[in-house]
Design a protein around this ligand. Structure first.
Ligand SMILES: *Cc1c(COP(=O)(O)O)cnc(C)c1O
Length: 435
């Protein structure tokens, strides 16, 4: 059984996660000495005896407590599969989480968390802006199940948010605080600790609202929400974790008790990742640290270059925050270990100028998604955030001249040359000529 081998890692636990990504949780001697974990492309697993099958099901259905040293056996690939279990063990190392569950998409990870912890009559408090798919599910689908939803803006303090809930008469219904930070596409920050403090204010008989953080933008390297009081951390593993723009996947991490609930929900929704996805992500994790390190140094150079360019009005990058940015700078210092590889910037002009820039890129590809080896650029106002009401877009800083860049692992000189060529191709906007 796969999980037995976790003993092997007790001795290696003090190593850095990147040192363990090639070996953690896998013994080559299970598989003819194969150095890599094979793809266990199987739907079901053979029991050694009827007694063993019975014992596995007793645990799977929670009919009795686990005995000491007893492991959950492999039954059927909707419940568990070696490629998923080993991957989950490895992913848990980065966030030092007790357990992890992987899914066939980031959206299925997020929606499973929402479905498990919300019931009719409950209130979900969520940060704005959130990822478009999340916003759609929260605003259009959850209310159909009788769940109240309420958005808060990054500049609102906990007292102000509490006041807003009280005015709506919903403060006693608070069941989850959902956070996405830094917010996509503007890199606006939310203080996770403050959101936990808010949840603590509404604890009833030892139960308190769940604090769940979508950490796709900075994780799992540059921000660890569990350390800052979050209960659950969620990922679109399609982004940095997968990292090669070739797979859609998701993950949730947290304490054993909540993860058990999430895994049970996953079993019955049937939205677990398949073995092939598990294998691809294990391969990706081996290079996670080197990829993300390179993306980070490239992004810092790109952001500094853009900040000095005459065709650029403003750059939104965590690595450019200074004391003068006040609260954002303080949250950044406390909560993030690096500024990441997502840079957004406003060109001088509007949509026409932004499009001229995008249409003239060659090395950087015009595509949505982020966190992968190749650099990507897109226009949030008309693409990823097209569904947001115009007045809300303005309030969130998603203007027609905003471009979002995900910086990849290319040579920084080539990236900058490409950006430079595309910026030079922007016709000088009328407002500039008037000056
Ligand atoms: C992409 C993304 C998601 C959705 O993930 P999928 O893997 O596309 O389902 C959720 N949150 C954030 C912040 C994302 O960037």
């Amino acid at each position: 059984m796969v999980t037995n081998l976790l003993n092997l890692t007790n001795t290696t636990m003090k190593m850095h996660p990147e040192s363990l990504m090639m070996s953690h949780g896998y013994n080559p001697h299970w598989s003819e000495g194969a150095i890599k974990c094979p793809i266990f492309q199987t739907s079901t697993f053979v029991f050694k005896s009827a007694e063993e099958g019975k014992a596995y099901f007793e645990l799977a259905y929670g009919l009795r407590e686990k005995e000491q040293e007893e492991q959950t056996g492999l039954i059927y690939s909707r419940l568990n599969n070696p490629d998923l279990e080993i991957l989950e063990g490895r992913l848990a190392l980065w966030d030092e989480a007790e357990d992890c569950a992987v899914f066939e998409s980031g959206m299925s990870a997020i929606t499973t968390v929402l479905m498990e912890f919300l019931r009719p009559g409950d209130l979900l408090l969520y940060s704005r802006p959130v990822y478009g798919g999340t916003a759609h599910f929260v605003e259009h689908i959850l209310p159909e199940f009788g769940i109240h939803v309420m958005a808060y803006d990054p500049d609102m303090g906990v007292d102000e948010i509490e006041q807003m809930m009280r005015e709506a008469g919903l403060e006693d219904a608070l069941a989850m605080v959902y956070v996405e930070t830094p917010a996509n596409p503007t890199n606006t920050l939310i203080d996770i600790r403050a959101m936990r403090e808010l949840a603590d204010r509404f604890a009833l008989e030892g139960e308190r609202p769940v604090v769940a953080v979508d950490n796709t933008y900075l994780g799992p390297l540059w921000q660890h929400p569990l350390e800052h009081g979050a209960d659950l951390v969620m990922y679109s593993a399609t982004k940095y974790i997968g990292g090669h723009s070739d797979v859609i996947a998701g993950a949730v991490l947290g304490d054993a008790e909540r993860m058990q609930r999430i895994k049970t929900m996953r079993t019955f929704l049937g939205n677990m990742a398949g073995p092939w996805t598990g294998w691809l992500l294990m391969r990706s994790l081996e290079t996670l640290k080197v990829r993300m390190d390179k993306q980070l140094t490239n992004a810092q150079r790109v952001a500094e270059y853009l900040a000095d360019h005459p065709a650029v009005r403003q750059v939104h990058y965590l690595g450019l925050l200074t004391e003068a940015d006040g609260e954002a700078y303080r949250i950044y210092q406390r909560q993030c270990s690096a500024p990441g590889a997502m840079v957004s910037f406003e060109v001088k002009g509007g949509e026409k100028e932004a499009f001229a820039f995008l249409n003239n890129l060659k090395l950087v590809k015009l595509a949505v998604s982020l966190g992968s080896t190749e650099s990507l650029a897109q226009h949030p106002a008309s693409m990823t955030h097209a569904g947001i009401a115009p007045e809300d877009k303005v309030a969130m800083g998603i203007h027609d001249n905003l471009v979002r860049l995900s910086v990849g692992v290319e040579h920084p000189d080539d990236l900058i040359a490409d950006l430079d060529r595309a910026l030079t191709a922007i016709p000088v906007p009328a407002e500039e000529i008037n000056i």
